[in-house]
Write a protein that binds this ligand. Structure first.
Ligand SMILES: [Fe+2]
Length: 371
């Protein structure tokens, strides 16, 4: 510990120095306020003992100046008797303690020094702790602010991404709607072309599509399958474009060869449709709509579950429609005969579930074909 003692009385300085040096203090002496202040600035003592009354610069002025330079350094004023108001002023200006001259009992000085040093240490520790705390708070605040900015940036980026995705989704939805409309338009166009060449096949396909859709709905197929079945119904006989019209509309009995020619329409239909990327198996349905559950159908003689469910539905609707409606080259056998045909061959030629559903629909008085 370094003690600066400022006093104009040499004997006082020497007494103090002798006593404190014995206690292992380093003591620096100054004989007046002015030199004391200079020494304070250069030597930076831990504690100052300062006489109140001195020539040139008195103790109060020294006190004020030291307080300005280093507010944390303890200053103990040493005063003669009878100057109470000056002691009070010194305490008001920030002196830590005071000792009355002459110092008869040096232990009083020692006690005061120890108390001031202890208090100075506490103050310094307190300040360091506060500074450390403030630094911590500042760091944490900076971290929180940085984190907040990071979160805000991430939020902003997420928002942008969500908006972009929504935009893409909307575009996709729009192009899907356009695509669906295009497919629907294409199918209706094909259906119209068939109808223009052969009005009876055209009407037949339209009825088959309606009945097949009603069966698919009643069975509980998915919306996508129902739509596929309806479109397949509309063009399932497209292969008849490859069959001479005279054979198609020939009244009366047709020859074995003519029958074989007509039967080529299933494969011809598949050939026409197979390269169009419909979202439904329309080419397969056209190919299989004359297949029968027992393998007696054409062109491949497929059996049971090897035939698409959609083709099994079109098959029943196809047979029923052709027996209900008249053709210019032959009369219609009628609804009764049509129902008899499918019920008789349910499970043999036709899918039993489809037959049962078809009978239910056709015997419902609310069901009507729209031509
Ligand atoms: Fe057919």
């Amino acid at each position: 510990m370094k003690v600066l003692t400022i006093d104009d009385e040499q004997i006082v300085r020497e007494n103090i120095a002798a006593y404190l040096e014995d206690l292992d203090y380093e003591v620096i002496e100054a004989e007046d306020g002015k030199s004391g202040l200079e020494i304070f600035k250069t030597q930076k003592p831990d504690i100052v003992l300062c006489d109140l009354r001195m020539p040139h610069m008195d103790g109060l002025e020294v006190l004020e100046k030291i307080r300005e330079i280093s507010p944390e350094t303890p200053i103990i004023m040493i005063s003669g008797t009878g100057v109470v108001h000056e002691v009070v002023e010194a305490l008001r200006l920030g002196a830590w303690d005071y000792i009355i001259k002459p110092i008869n009992d040096m232990e009083v000085l020692e006690y005061s020094l120890n108390r001031c040093i202890e208090r100075a240490q506490l103050l310094r520790e307190n300040r360091l702790y506060r500074e450390h705390l403030e630094e911590e708070v500042r760091k944490r605040t900076e971290e929180i602010v940085a984190k907040k900015q990071e979160v805000e940036l991430t939020n902003e980026l997420l928002k942008r991404e969500i908006n972009e995705r929504r935009l893409i989704e909307n575009r996709l939805k729009n192009s899907l709607t356009t695509l669906e409309k295009t497919i629907e338009g294409t199918i209706h166009t094909i259906s119209t072309i068939i109808e223009m060449r052969d009005p009876y096949t055209g009407g037949h396909q339209n009825h088959v599509a309606q009945l097949a859709r009603a069966i698919a709905v009643e069975i509980g197929l998915s919306d996508e399958q129902i739509q596929g079945i309806y479109f397949a119904g509309l063009i399932h006989d497209i292969g008849k474009l490859a069959v001479p019209i005279e054979i198609l509309v020939k009244p009366g009995k047709i020859s074995k060869l003519e029958t074989l020619i007509i039967q080529t329409h299933a494969e011809a239909g598949w050939e026409i449709l197979k390269d169009i990327s419909f979202p439904w198996p329309i080419a397969q349905i056209a190919l299989q709509h004359h297949e029968r559950m027992d393998g007696s159908g054409y062109p491949s003689g497929l059996k049971g579950k090897h035939i698409l469910k959609e083709a099994r539905i079109i098959a029943v609707a196809d047979v029923v429609e052709s027996m209900i409606f008249h053709r210019p080259y032959r009369p219609a056998p009628g609804l009764e005969k049509a129902l008899e045909e499918i019920k008789t061959y349910s499970g043999i030629r036709y899918d039993p579930e489809v037959v049962e559903t078809c009978v239910k629909i056709l015997t419902n008085p609310n069901f009507r074909f729209i031509s």
